[in-house]
Ligand binder design. Structure first.
Ligand code: NDP
Length: 434
C-alpha cells in the first residue's frame, strides 16, 4: 500500500505471501499487535548506486547498481546479484522478500537480500564484463562482509562474474574472506554449488512424488531456461530415470522427443556457458529436435520445471499443462508461475512446489560454502550433496507440516510461507522493535 504501486513484481510476491500469512497470524495471538507483517515487507536498507565503466571502444558507460538488504533477523543478508537489462527496484525487492522466507526454510542462519544491475552481459567482451564487475564492486565493497551481507550469483552472474568481483574486493580490502558465494574451487568455492539449485529442485520433486508413491523413473519432464538452474535440473532428472524433452532461452525453446541425455546436455552446456550461443543451435545439431518461438508449456509432460525467469508460465499455459495431465510442477526459477497459474494447478490438485521451497538448494549450498570458508576447510562432493539432499528433504517436511489440508492434499505454497515466516517472526519478536 505504501506507495509501492509502481513495483508490480514486489506487490505480486507480497500478495502471495500475505494471503497465507494473514490467516495464520489471525489464528496465532503470539504474532499479533507487533506490526510483524508490516515490518517484514519493508527492506531494512536499500542501496542504489552509479556504476560508471569504460567499454572496449573507450566510451564511458553508466549503469545502475542495487543492493536490497531485506531482513537480517536470523543471519547476515544473503541472496544473489542479477545482471540483466530488466533489473529494477521492484524486481530486486520481490527477490529479496522471497529470499528472506527461502533462507529461513533452509534451516541455516541466513537473512535475506538481493541485488544487481541493469547491465546486460550479452554481447559484451570478457574485458568489458571484467571492467563492469570491478566498477560494481568499487561501490558494493563498503556494504558487504562475511558477517554482514554475502551476495551470490543469479541471472547473468555466474562463476566468471563472481571471480572478477571477488578479485576486486580482495584488491580494495586486502583481505581474503568469504564475501561472495559461488566462488571457483581454486579460491574458496564449494563443490556442488553450481549444481545445487537444479539438483535441489529435482530432489524436492522426488520428495513430492514420493508422497503419492511415485518416482521420476520414466517420466517426461519439460524444462524452461538453459542457464545454470535448468542445466543441472536436466542432469539430475535424467540421472533419476526421467526424459527431459524441452529447454529454452529468451529466443524460444527446443523440443527433443528423444530426450536431452548426458551427451546432449554437454552440448548445451558448451553452447551456453562457453560459446554463449542460442538454444536454437541445438535443433540445427540434433535431427530429432525442433526449435519453436515462445515457451515450452504446450509440450505434453508429467513434470514441468520452469527454470528461466519470473512470470514465464501463465494461466492459459497452466491449463494446457493440466489438460496434458501434468502431475507435478516445481519452480526452479523465482516466481516463474503467475498467481493465476498457481491457482489453476492447485485447483486441479497438481503437486505445486513454489520457488522459495523448491529452489532453495542453491542458497542452502551457499550457506555450506560460508561454513567451509569459516572453517577454512573443503568438504567433498559426497558430503555436500548429502547435506543438500537432507536440507531439501527437511524443507519438504516443513511444507507438509504447515501445508497439509484436511483431504490430504499438500498446499506447498501455504506450507512454505508459514514455515519460512515462523522462524523469522520469532527472531524479530525476540530482538524487539529494531
Ligand atoms: P542464468 O543466467 O544462468 O540462466 C537464465 C536462463 O533464463 C537463460 O536460459 C536465459 O535465456 C533465460 N531467461 C532469462 N531472462 C529471460 C526472459 N526474460 N525470458 C525468457 N528467458 C529468459 O540464470 P540462473 O539459471 O542462475 O537463474 C534462473 C532462475 O533461477 C532465476 O529466476 C533465478 O532467480 C533463479 N534462481 C537461481 C539460483 C541460482 O543458484 N543460480 C538460485 C535460486 C533461484 P538467455 O540465455 O536468452 O538469456
Amino acid at each position: 500500500k505504501k506507495n509501492n504501486g509502481h513495483e508490480p513484481e514486489f506487490l505480486q510476491a507480497v500478495h502471495e505471501v500475505a494471503e497465507t500469512i494473514i490467516p495464520f497470524i489471525e489464528n496465532n495471538p503470539k504474532y499479533q499487535g507487533k506490526m510483524l507483517l508490516e515490518r517484514i515487507v519493508e527492506p531494512e536498507r536499500t542501496i542504489i548506486f552509479r556504476v560508471p565503466w569504460v567499454d572496449d571502444k573507450g566510451n564511458v558507460q553508466v549503469n545502475r547498481g542495487f543492493r536490497v538488504e531485506f531482513n537480517s533477523a536470523i543471519g547476515p543478508y544473503k541472496g544473489g546479484l542479477r545482471f540483466h537489462p530488466t533489473v529494477n527496484l521492484s524486481i530486486l525487492k520481490f527477490l529479496g522478500f522471497e529470499q528472506t522466507f527461502k533462507n529461513s526454510l533452509t534451516t541455516l542462519p541466513l537473512g535475506g537480500g538481493k541485488g544487481g544491475s541493469d547491465f546486460d552481459p550479452k554481447g559484451k567482451s570478457d574485458n568489458e564484463v571484467m571492467h563492469f564487475c570491478q566498477a560494481f564492486m568499487n561501490e558494493l565493497y563498503r556494504h558487504i562482509g562475511g558477517n554482514t551481507d554475502v551476495p551470490a550469483g543469479d541471472i547473468g552472474v555466474g562463476s566468471r562474474e563472481i571471480g572478477y568481483m571477488f578479485g576486486q574486493y580482495k584488491k580494495i580490502r586486502n583481505e581474503f574472506t568469504g564475501i561472495l558465494t559461488g566462488k571457483g574451487l581454486s579460491y574458496g568455492g564449494s563443490v556442488i554449488r553450481p549444481e545445487s539449485t537444479g539438483y535441489g529442485c529435482v530432489y524436492f520433486v522426488k520428495n513430492m512424488l514420493a508422497v503419492e508413491n511415485k518416482t521420476l523413473e520414466g517420466k517426461i519432464v519439460s524444462i524452461s531456461g538453459s542457464g545454470n538452474v535448468a542445466q543441472y535440473a536436466c542432469e539430475k532428472a535424467t540421472e533419476f530415470g526421467a526424459k527431459v524433452v524441452t529447454m529454452s532461452d529468451s529466443s524460444g525453446f527446443i523440443h527433443d522427443p528423444e530426450g536431452i541425455d548426458a551427451a546432449r546436455l554437454a552440448f548445451i552446456m558448451d553452447l551456453k556457458n562457453l560459446k554463449r550461443g542460442r538454444i536454437s543451435e541445438y535443433a540445427d545439431h540434433y535431427e530429432s529436435a525442433s526449435f519453436h518461438q515462445g515457451r515450452p508449456w504446450g509440450v505434453a509432460c508429467d513434470v514441468a520445471l520452469p527454470c528461466a525467469t519470473q512470470n514465464e508460465l501463465n494461466e492459459s499455459e497452466a491449463t494446457v499443462l493440466i489438460k496434458n495431465k501434468v502431475m507435478a510442477v516445481a519452480e526452479g526459477a523465482n516466481m516463474p508461475c503467475t498467481p493465476e497459474a498457481i491457482e489453476a494447478f492447485q485447483k486441479a490438485r497438481v503437486l505445486f512446489g513454489p520457488g522459495k521451497a523448491s529452489n532453495a538448494g542453491g542458497v542452502a549450498t551457499s550457506g555450506l560454502e560460508m561454513s567451509q570458508n569459516s572453517l577454512r576447510l573443503n568438504w567433498d562432493r559426497e558430503k555436500v550433496d548429502g547435506k543438500l539432499y537432507e536440507i531439501m528433504e527437511n524443507i519438504h517436511q516443513s511444507c507438509v507440516l504447515y501445508g497439509k489440508e484436511e483431504d490430504g492434499f499438500i498446499d506447498y505454497v501455504k506450507g512454505a510461507n508459514i514455515a519460512g515466516f515462523v522462524k523469522v517472526a520469532d527472531a524479530m519478536l525476540a530482538q524487539g522493535v529494531v
